[in-house]
Design a protein around this ligand. Sequence first.
Ligand code: ADP
Ligand code: ADP
Ligand code: MG
Length: 498
Amino acid sequence: MSKIKKLLVANRGEISLRIMRTAKEMGISTVAVYSEADRNSPHVHFADEAICLGPAPSSESYLLGEKIISLSKELNVDAIHPGYGFLSENADFARKVKDAGIIFVGPSPESIEVMGSKLAAKQAVSHYDIPLVPGTEEAISDISVAKRRAAEIGYPILIKASAGGGGKGMRIVENEEEFESQMQRAVSEAKSAFGDGAVFIEKFITSPRHIEIQILGDQKGNVVYLFERECSIQRRHQKVIEEAPSAVVTPEMRKAMGDAAVGVAKACDYYGAGTVEFIVDDQLNFYFLEMNTRLQVEHPVTEMITGKDLVREQIYIAEGRQLSFSQEDLKIHGHSIEVRVYAEDPRNNFLPDIGTLHTYQRPEGPGIRVDDGFEQGMAIPIYYDPMIAKLITHAEDRTSAIDRMIRAIDEYKISGIQTTLGFCRFALSHEAFISGNFDTKFVEHYFTPEVLDSDLTLEESELLAALAVEFLQKETNISIPNSSQGGTNESAWRKRLN
Ligand code: ADP
Ligand code: ADP
Ligand code: MG
């Protein structure tokens, strides 16, 4: 066991601040890094020491692994926390940190390597009893073989980049005719975005929900799961609203998913905090998607319902301590929801909307947590992910957590840029969300920019939402082929919940 005394956070914004807050509580001194664009950021002011890495572009600052390591050595830093994004899933960086005699607050480089490739991950878990989405187990090298497999699986299918991430590198193929052209596009996109052209195919689950399991493992082989997070409200395959627990997961399903997630972790000798992502179909079958070998953006909802500080646990694990609790000690307390506040314009296809935060006032009061990295008057730089804050509520039950979130959104005052707050308010007031009857197609099914312009009361918008659901049900009954239930995506979930 080696006690960490000085921690460098190789990240920026809200996650850098969030990690340093826990470090301070633990008596660990903190080092922030920043780019020229972030010179005045709260994470820089909060740290005990701060170092400028270079100009704004990530490739000249936050991605300079070697520079971060050599600065760490100069400053006698004994551990580096990578946060999420940037270098967090870079096995080579984790290895160099270790070789420099510095603790990497995360899993081993080997675990990162295996799970960083969706194909290697599937191979690693194949010896365990973990359900996988039907598809190819290896990278596609022969188009005609892949086509035959696709015909067996049945269209639509998804072509995925093995090295993909952040919702990028996926292509839906509706029928055999477009297979080759989509395949060519997928390979060239994968090469240019991830430097690796390996792609594979997966059955495209219609009406899917994204439900993931948080795990924690120590370096002695103990692994526990901290229940699920439902992340089905997405745009561009990227999450915007997350909650724990899920509205549809039963205790039996929770245990089955938890056990599967622990199996995935064991398959790669995992230690640290990690997330095992599953896709769930409308019959509540779940399939392993991928493992994220880092702290997740939406980790706060798990902290709220379990009472555990995941960053503190990460640090303990990195120090070599044994987990201080077992699976039986973990319980779900109440319900928590997170909405991601992105500097994006929902009226314009959720495209980034960069500018200055002329007004920026956070909501307050019982059960509210805001993880952010900006202050009023600051400009949102164009160089990075446009997420400016995460708004989290915690309450006794799901309904109260939703009501609390709507209250908090109404209190949140942001001007100068467009954000996803209005969209999130719409989603949370929507009948489909309230009933738990939704999937990853929520935006496509229900959202049009017009809904943001009306200043309806909650009751009025709920009524409209119910009418919209009825209308859509009639419409989609005719227009959605391939639905084995003969109904709509929407109604499959409804049947289950009623
Ligand atoms: P999470 O997976 O934690 O729920 P996101 O999917 O939004 O959240 O990813 C977290 C961050 O990591 C985002 O900034 C995203 O852009 C970035 N990211 C994830 N995977 C990759 C990747 N393979 N390459 C580059 N950036 C990535
Ligand atoms: P990433 O590394 O980009 O996060 P994932 O494999 O986790 O990639 O998938 C991201 C999202 O894409 C999922 O949350 C889900 O919405 C959608 N998705 C992924 N695989 C499938 C599938 N087989 N069928 C339907 N949707 C899928
Ligand atoms: Mg994912």
